[in-house]
Design a protein around this ligand. Structure first.
Ligand code: HEC
Ligand code: HEC
Ligand code: HEC
Ligand code: HEC
Ligand code: HEC
Length: 227
C-alpha cells in the first residue's frame, strides 16, 4: 500500500486521473505500468501459438478437465501451462521406455511438429502468454477456485474457443466489482471447471448460502493485490 503515494483513492478517481490529459505522463512514469498494460486490458487478445491447440476440441468435444493440463490451478497462485509430456501422453507413437504407445493420436501431424521437437530436445514449446497482469499486482488462482469461483467467471467459455482469447479486461475495477459483490459468481466447489454449469436457483440466492458456507469475505484493501 505504501508504494503508492496517494491515500485510499477509489478506482473511479484513479480512472478519472487517467483520462485527465496532462497529468497522465507523470502519472504513468510514476507507476511505471504502461509498458505492460496494453495486453492486460486487451479483451479479445488472441496471439498466434506455435501449435494450433484447440480448447474447443480437447475440452468441448473430448471433455477433458482443465486440471488435466492446468494442474496447479487449485493448489498455487499460477495455473501453469502444460508440459510437453502432457501432450505426448496422447500424441506420441512411443512411450518414454520406447514401447509402442496405446493412444498414438495424429503422431505424424504437421501441426504437432513443435511438440515432437520439444520432446526430442527437452526444450519446452514456446506458448505465447495471453493473460498477463502487471508485476505490481498479486493474483492467486487457488484462493479463487477453492472458494467456488469458476474459470468461466474470469476466462469465459474456454470450451468453445478454437483459439484462447482474453475474455475480461483484467482491470482493477473488474477485480473490485466482484470483490465487493461476489455472490452471483459463486458455485459449489465441485463444479468450478464445468463450463456449462447453471444454478438451479437464482445465482444470488445460492451465492449467499455458499458465501456463508465457505466463509467468503473478499478484501478490497490495497495490500491484498499490491504487496
Ligand atoms: C489438453 C490440455 C488442456 C486442457 C484440458 C485445457 N487447457 Fe487451457 N491451455 C492449454 C495449452 C497448451 C495452452 C497454451 C496455448 C493456448 O493458449 O492455447 C492453454 C492456455 C489456456 C489459457 C490462456 C493462458 C494464458 O497464456 O493466458 C487459459 C485461460 C486456459 N488455457 C484455460 C483453460 C480452461 C478454463 C480449461 C478447462 C475448461 C482448459 N484451459 C483446459 C492446454 C489445455
Ligand atoms: C487425452 C488425450 C489427449 C491429450 C492429452 C492431448 N490431445 Fe490433442 N488430440 C486428442 C484427440 C483425440 C485429437 C483429435 C482426434 C481427431 O478427432 O482428429 C487431438 C487433436 C489434436 C490436434 C489436431 C491435430 C491434427 O492434425 O488435426 C492438435 C494440434 C493437438 N491435439 C494438440 C495437442 C496439444 C498441444 C496437447 C498438449 C497440450 C494435446 N493435444 C493433448 C487427444 C489428446
Ligand atoms: C478470479 C479470476 C480468475 C479465475 C476464477 C481463474 N482465472 Fe486464470 N487467470 C486469471 C488472471 C487474472 C490471470 C493472469 C495472471 C497473471 O498475469 O499473473 C490468469 C491466468 C491464467 C493462465 C495463464 C497462466 C498463469 O497462471 O498466469 C491459465 C492457464 C489460467 N489462468 C487458467 C485458469 C483455469 C483453468 C481456471 C479454472 C480452474 C482459472 N484460470 C480460473 C484470472 C482467473
Ligand atoms: C468473479 C469474482 C472475482 C474476481 C473477478 C476477482 N476476484 Fe479475487 N477473490 C474473489 C473471492 C470470492 C475471493 C475469496 C475471498 C475469501 O476467501 O474470503 C478472492 C480472493 C482474492 C485474493 C486472496 C486474498 C487473500 O486473503 O489471500 C486475492 C489476492 C485476489 N482475490 C486478487 C484478485 C485480483 C488481483 C483480481 C483481478 C485481477 C481478482 N481478485 C478478481 C473473487 C473475485
Ligand atoms: C482486488 C485487487 C485490487 C485491489 C484491492 C486494489 N487494486 Fe490496484 N490494481 C489492481 C489491478 C489488477 C491493476 C492493474 C490493472 C489496471 O491498471 O486496472 C491495478 C492497478 C493499480 C494502479 C495503476 C494505475 C492504473 O489504474 O492503471 C494503481 C495506482 C493502483 N492499482 C492503486 C490501488 C490502490 C491505491 C488500492 C487501494 C485503494 C488498490 N489499487 C486496490 C488490482 C487491485
Amino acid at each position: 500500500m505504501s508504494r503508492f503515494h496517494f491515500p485510499a483513492w477509489s478506482d473511479r478517481v484513479l480512472r478519472g486521473l487517467v483520462i485527465s490529459g496532462p497529468l497522465i505522463a507523470g502519472y504513468v512514469l510514476a507507476v511505471g505500468a504502461y509498458g505492460t498494460a496494453p495486453a492486460t486490458v486487451n479483451v479479445g487478445y488472441e496471439p498466434d501459438q506455435p501449435v494450433p491447440f484447440s480448447h474447443k476440441l480437447h475440452v468441448g468435444t473430448l471433455k477433458m478437465d482443465c486440471r488435466y493440463c492446468h494442474s496447479s490451478v487449485d493448489q498455487a497462485a499460477h495455473a501453469s501451462v502444460p508440459a510437453t509430456q502432457t501432450c505426448v501422453n496422447c500424441h506420441s507413437a512411443t512411450n518414454p521406455d520406447g514401447t509402442a504407445a496405446y493412444s498414438a493420436i495424429h503422431t505424424n501431424s504437421d501441426k504437432l511438429l513443435p511438440v515432437r521437437k520439444s520432446q526430442a530436445t527437452g526444450e519446452s514449446v514456446d506458448w505465447v502468454r495471453i493473460h498477463d497482469l502487471p508485476d505490481y499486482v498479486y493474483f492467486n488462482h487457488s484462493a479463487h477456485v477453492n472458494k467456488g469461483v469458476s474459470c468461466v467467471s474470469c476466462h469465459g467459455r474456454v470450451d468453445r474457443m478454437e483459439v484462447v482469447q482474453q475474455a475480461k479486461p483484467l482491470t482493477m475495477s473488474w477485480c473490485l466489482d466482484c470483490h465487493r459483490n461476489p455472490d452471483p459468481h459463486l458455485r459449489p466447489k465441485e463444479f468450478i471447471t464445468q463450463m456449462d454449469w447453471v444454478a438451479s436457483e437464482p445465482p444470488e440466492i445460492i451465492g449467499k448460502r455458499l458465501r456463508e458456507r465457505y466463509d467468503i469475505n473478499p478484501s478490497t484493501n490495497c495490500s491484498t493485490c499490491h504487496r
